[in-house]
Design a protein around this ligand. Structure first.
Ligand SMILES: [Zn+2]
Length: 395
């Protein structure tokens, strides 16, 4: 066990980022509290427009908050060594509430949409987050709009999941498995609805995350208007918007965008090639990305075993690398985004266009009994692991 009751000492960096780095761009903007350039200048500070200089950091911190929201839902960071330790449950509940404030949405939502659905269906039919819903092409239009469309389709899973756990909390009958009227998502809904695993604790944990987000965001909006902008509602709302609301919404957007680039044109029927991996190799850029993204680019290793701690993904990736298609182990996520969506997407350099690697996700003929059974086995293992975590908030 790590220090402070952490599962691993590597999560000291998670805590340092969450409590010291993530608040910096927000606090800096509140401290400067200048209005937008198109509003009245206050004390001649307007050109300093804090949002402009704080935002590059905001883009990074909101990305990393999303990565942490993902990691925490797979493996709660606190363990405390003892199953059922009340401090462990409390610490993991509090960290979930805190991250929800920065993530812009209660982070429990990852469980029905990602852990229980995406990890099982893997960008094939029934995955609420499929990358090929709008079109089978990988272009700037699809990549840009994918997070919005994906959010819409994930919303039914979140409400079905909440309804199930709410029924358990209030001792009511569990709602029947919802069907096709839910955006045609009936297959995805099968993964989260039904009676299995209904738990009052999950419901109250989700409610605490809603409350933390609601209270923190309204307090910050109040402070912005009343204390930082002398009661000027427009200036105050602008400050809250640029310092807190937009970065937190960007967090979820960036996570869905990342999901898109990690799966578009990959082959979910052939496990080593079901994801596109980034920051592979020993270049400076790869090393820097590994450090800055908490290994978020090693996505195939994560899909193979979702309970591997983020700090161990490099080792897990190294074992798989030899079997991967070279087109799916890339040195840089940043370069992939720039080359695919700007050089190809905007300027039309076809050298940077991606192509299907192997059998497309929508080609159900690819579901051989062997592939199906191996994916189902992985999903069952994951569900069992998750259930253990849920019960004791340790694993
Ligand atoms: Zn995951």
């Amino acid at each position: 066990m790590g220090v402070l009751g952490l599962r691993k000492n590597a999560d000291l960096r998670t805590l340092a980022w969450l409590f010291f780095l993530v608040p910096v761009p927000m606090v800096a903007q509140y401290a400067a509290a200048a209005p937008a350039p198109w509003m009245d200048a206050v004390d001649g500070k307007a050109w300093w427009w804090p949002a402009v200089w704080a935002w590059p950091l905001c883009v990074y911190t909101s990305f990393v908050v999303g990565v942490m929201a993902h990691n925490i839902n797979h493996l709660p960071p606190f363990k405390f060594g003892e199953r059922g330790n009340p401090f462990c449950a409390l610490a993991n509940t509090l960290i979930g509430m805190y991250v929800s404030i920065w993530y812009g949405f209660p982070i429990f939502a990852w469980v029905p949409t990602h852990n229980e659905n995406h990890h099982k269906r893997l960008n094939r039919k029934g995955d609420a987050t499929i990358t090929w819903r709008l079109s089978k092409k990988n272009n700037i239009f699809n990549a840009f709009f994918y997070p919005f469309v994906s959010t819409y389709h994930q919303s039914t899973l979140v409400s079905a999941y909440l309804a199930k756990h709410k029924a358990a909390a209030f001792g009511q009958p569990i709602p029947q498995s919802p069907t096709s009227q839910h955006h045609g998502n009936s297959m995805a809904l099968e993964d989260v609805a039904g009676t299995s695993g209904a738990s009052a604790e999950v419901f109250w944990n989700a409610m605490l995350q809603y409350c933390a987000g609601g209270v923190a965001h309204s307090t910050l909006a109040y402070i912005a208007i009343v204390h930082r902008c002398e009661g000027n509602v427009l200036h105050g709302l602008w400050l809250y918007l640029t310092a807190m609301l937009l970065p937190s919404l960007l967090s979820g957007y960036q996570m869905m965008f990342t999901n898109y680039i990690q799966h578009v044109h990959c082959d979910p029927w052939d496990m080593p090639n079901a994801s596109r991996n980034f920051h592979c190799g020993d270049s400076f850029v790869a090393k820097a990305e590994r450090f800055l993204t908490f290994n978020a680019g090693y996505h195939q290793a994560h899909h193979n075993s979702a309970h591997i701690h983020w700090s161990d993904l490099g080792e897990a990736h190294a074992k798989l690398e030899a079997d991967m298609d070279p087109r799916l182990k890339l040195p840089s996520m940043t370069w992939f985004i720039f080359s695919t969506y700007i050089l190809y997407g905007v300027f039309g350099f076809s050298a940077f266009k991606t192509e299907e690697v192997g059998r497309p996700a929508w080609d159900e003929a690819g579901e051989t009994p062997a592939a199906k059974s191996s994916l189902e086995k992985a999903a069952r293992r994951e569900a069992a692991k998750r259930a253990t975590c849920e019960r004791a908030k340790v694993a």
